[in-house]
Design a protein around this ligand. Sequence first.
Ligand code: F6P
Length: 527
Amino acid sequence: MADWKNLDQLDAYKALVDDSTRVDLRTVLAGEQGAQRVRRYALPMACGLSYNYGAKQVDDALLAKLANLAKEAQLSEKFAELYNGAMINTGEKRLVLHHLTRGQLGDPVVADGVDKREFYVEQQKRIADFAGKVHGGEITNAAGEDFTTVVQIGIGGSDLGPRAIYLALENWARAEGALKMEARFISNVDPDDAVNVLSTIDVAHSLFILVSKSGTTLETLTNEAFVKDALSKAGLDPADHMVAVTSQTSPLAQDSGYLEAFFMDDHIGGRYSSTSAVGGAVLSLAFGPEVFAQLLAGAAATDRISADADPLENPAMLDALIGVYERNILGYESTAVLPYSQALSRFPAHLQQADMESNGKSVNRFGEPVDYPTGPVLFGEPGTNGQHSFYQLLHQGKDIVPLQFVGFRENQGKTDVLIQGSYSQQKLGANVAAQIVAFACGKDDEDLNKKFDGGRPSSIIIGERLTPESMGALLAHFENKIMFQGFLWNLNSFDQEGVQLGKVLAKRVLAHETDGALAVYSEMLGI
Ligand code: F6P
């Protein structure tokens, strides 16, 4: 059994606190030694990806200290406990089983009276069978016509991950002739969200997937009613157009008003559910079950590498350790994920939930306050768009924001143009290379307004091309990084009590049970 201790109780952490040496990126990246360092500080990841940390404020001595920290914090033992079915989610008294949706890393895990790997695989098979029937014209609308569009209704983890992955693979699928159905998403309780989607699709040929693990989320149930109303008004029976993804214990599971219901369970957190039926249904319908299986294979390959106890062989663990060093020793408060890939436009939004809902905590896994910073504020946009927006602050602002770049050598589509001696993909790559060096090395100038201090750290994950496998590998990398950081901070990364209070107050507003400031704000908003 692992020993769960606060970060500041660990000797290896105290050694880091006592060590006042700082790596100066401007020095270590200069000249030929800088070139060698960038080549050397690279770790192979799954599916041809590579994690390069040449522009991070680390050196061999510090990496050795971080390795000591990983050992003393028992990161790999804790991961093994997690995938072997220990009750890691102490707040909700649940297991944490999302890794089992893509492979069996350890012992069989039996919970709720079933082998959980078998249960998840069975759901994948049921989804594959259903998707095959939809694509083959066996399941159609009442007029016997094919469904051409799939619309996911869900919010938070029941929206962000699947949406980010769909967008990540849409152009790849077009280029490969693998786009079977267009997918759209309705998440916000803002009626304009549903109206926008409903007014730009052909509802008669649309299949809606209602996704809610709990089956009680206000936004999702409201949007379901909205969609059912639209279907009825179009003279269609909602039951012919809707499937559900939920847990077997949710109220939705008992509802017979769906063509089919596919299941996940309480041992998979919403933000970790992209590889469960939550992502499986929409992605299998959009791209085919074989493409979803490739995504799972990529994630499984990352999980296997993440089980290595040596951080210098385990990119997710190393990324986590460097992030904790930056947060707790260097005092950096935020971090940005900057994919140089338009396909990853919503991936930062997914990671915002994955990271901030997991590690935005002030008490440890035993409910006791912790005296050190925990999860950073995370934001991001795809490059090069971000360069023309918030990079000013990243380069010259008062705060240092560690950056996580992602880039690919090839684009997803088969079209590119040669303009002024370079292809667009080359321009994209040139920009990310330039940014890494500009952030790290800076530039002197007598005019302080034009001076770049440098010393701003970044890492980059580089791949050949964004495919289902590499997307799965990337997704699991960040999930596992967040998990390792939660272990280091001794948090329960798998509950989210911080989202409850707002929900309770909103219910009071809608029931007109308000007073004081809440009453005035409600009135000002016309409720
Ligand atoms: O409000 C937060 C949250 O509980 C997320 O953690 C979750 O992803 C989302 O709501 C949606 O929950 P459900 O799938 O149960 O509708």
